[in-house]
Structures are given as C-alpha cells and as structure tokens.
Design a protein around this ligand. Structure first.
Ligand SMILES: *[C@@H]1O[C@H](CO)[C@@H](O)[C@H](O)[C@H]1NC(C)=O
Ligand SMILES: *[C@@H]1O[C@H](CO)[C@@H](O)[C@H](O)[C@H]1NC(C)=O
Length: 247
C-alpha cells in the first residue's frame, strides 16, 4: 500500500479520453538544466527518481527517494545519450528529520555530491523560493521527469506537464494527512495529467523557481496529488545546506 502510494507517483496519462491519451510532452532539450536523474539502490532493488540542482554540489529531492548508493546524472535529456552528462555520486544524505514514511509529510531531502558539478549550458542550478512565497490555487506550474509513460516504461527523454494547483479541500477530502501549510495539492482531476512512477523528487517550477517536490498520489491514482511545499522549509534548507557545505 505504501509502495503503491509512493511509486505510482511520471508524466503519464491516467486514463484515456475518447481514445485520446493525455500525457506530458518532451521538453526542449536542455531547457531545464537543473534537472537531475537519480539512480537509487535500496536493499538490492533499483529505483529511479528526479531531483534538481540547488547548489553546485547539492541536489534536492524527496525523502522517500532515500537509498544507498545514489548516483546523480546532470546535463541529460535523452538517457540513451551520454554526451554532456555528468555522473556524480552522493556522499551525504540529509532527509528531513521529521519525514514520516507512513503519512509522507516532510518529504524533502538534500544530497551532497562528491564534487561540484561543472556549471555550463547543460547544467545549472535553480532558484528556491522565499519563505513568504505562497503558491495559490489556480496557479499553473510545470513538473518535469523521466518517469513512467502510458506504457508503464520509464521515458528515455525528459517530459514535462503543466499542472494546476488545487484548493486544499480537494486533497483534504482524500486524506486527513494532507497539510496545506507544508504541502501542495496539484493537478486538475479533469485534465488527466499527473506525475507518475519515477518522477518522485522532481521539481514543480513556477516562474523559474522550484516551488514543489513531487511526493505522492492517493490510492485512486487520479489527480490531485501531493507535492512538498518548498517555501515552508526554507529555514531547514538553509541550515541543512550550511551543514552539508561545512562537511
Ligand atoms: C532494508 O532492509 C532492512 C532489513 O530488512 C530494513 O531494516 C531496512 O529498513 C531496509 N532499508 C530500506 C531503505 O528500506
Ligand atoms: C501542519 O504542519 C505544520 C508544520 O509542520 C504543523 O505545525 C501543523 O501542526 C500541521 N497541521 C496538522 C493539522 O497536522
């Protein structure tokens, strides 16, 4: 059940509509240079997550993307093409101390890379919000990832989808664990677009600022779904980045 919650989280169509399949579209190559592809090993299983570069040697992702080891690929578009990519191992893992794998609250983690990424036109950091930035219902922002497509296979190319922020009531109806002060309720139920398996940990970007982290879906598999609200974690992020940079 928990795995269902977590790992059913890609820019994939959740249903067909009049025979027409809705899903994300391929991103213009390298137009999202902050995107990180995470290869995760956990107890002899292999997982894939998204993440994003927030400093030269720090990647932000979801806490449920935890595992050892993790290798980060930066500068990728089509995962079959290694050109311009940088593969860097993770040497330190800082999931939020209050992350709870039952309710999935505080689903945020910072990873320290073995060395600084080389910043160039394929690899760049993304800005984080200020504490007072409050993403509102009705706002449309973009999620990106290499997660599952309609055929339940991971995508080779980076996909993106525009998703609308919903009123908190839409998610509170689905789960009493939903907490709008630290989470975002995302995805119009009528649009049939959402992030899917393998997209966890990826960014939800509004006006070039990373405002959310793909966290989980409800058991119906239908939107809305839950993202971590980054602006509510700024003091934790600052403190944790400082710790990671000193180590
Ligand atoms: C790996 O398996 C061990 C033993 O079953 C368990 O205690 C541990 O929590 C697992 N680790 C993860 C990250 O799931
Ligand atoms: C929502 O999260 C905030 C911040 O962690 C916490 O103070 C508050 O008690 C939570 N609300 C509920 C209803 O759990």
């Amino acid at each position: 059940m928990l795995l269902l919650l977590i790992f059913l989280v890609s820019v994939l169509p959740l249903s067909t509509d009049g025979g027409k399949i809705f899903w994300g579209t391929e991103v213009k190559p390298h137009s999202r240079p902050y995107m990180a592809y995470l290869n995760i090993d956990r107890n002899n299983s292999h997982y894939v997550c998204g993440g994003f570069l927030v400093d030269k040697d720090i990647v932000m992702t979801a806490a449920h993307c935890n595992g050892r080891p993790i290798t980060v690929t930066l500068g990728a578009h089509d995962m079959r093409n290694k050109k311009n990519t940088q593969h860097i191992s993770v040497i330190e893992f800082k999931p939020h101390e209050a992350y709870d794998d039952k309710t999935l609250v505080n689903d945020i983690m910072l990873l320290k890379l073995k060395h600084k990424a080389q910043i160039n036109s394929f690899v760049k950091t993304i800005a984080l919000p200020k504490s007072e930035d409050w993403v509102k219902p009705g706002q449309v922002c973009t999620v990106a990832g290499w997660g599952n497509l309609a055929n339940c296979h991971l995508s080779n190319t980076l996909q993106e989808a525009n998703l609308e922020v919903q009123k908190k009531q839409s998610c509170m109806e689905m789960s009493r664990n939903y907490n709008d002060s630290i989470q975002l309720c995302v995805g119009n139920p009528d649009k049939k677009m959402a992030a899917g398996a393998g997209d966890s940990g990826g960014p939800f970007v509004c006006n070039n600022v990373a405002q959310g982290i793909v966290s989980h879906r409800f058991c119906t598999g239908q939107p809305p779904q839950v993202f971590t609200r980054i602006s509510s974690f700024i003091p934790w992020i600052k403190k944790t980045m400082k710790l990671l940079q000193q180590s």
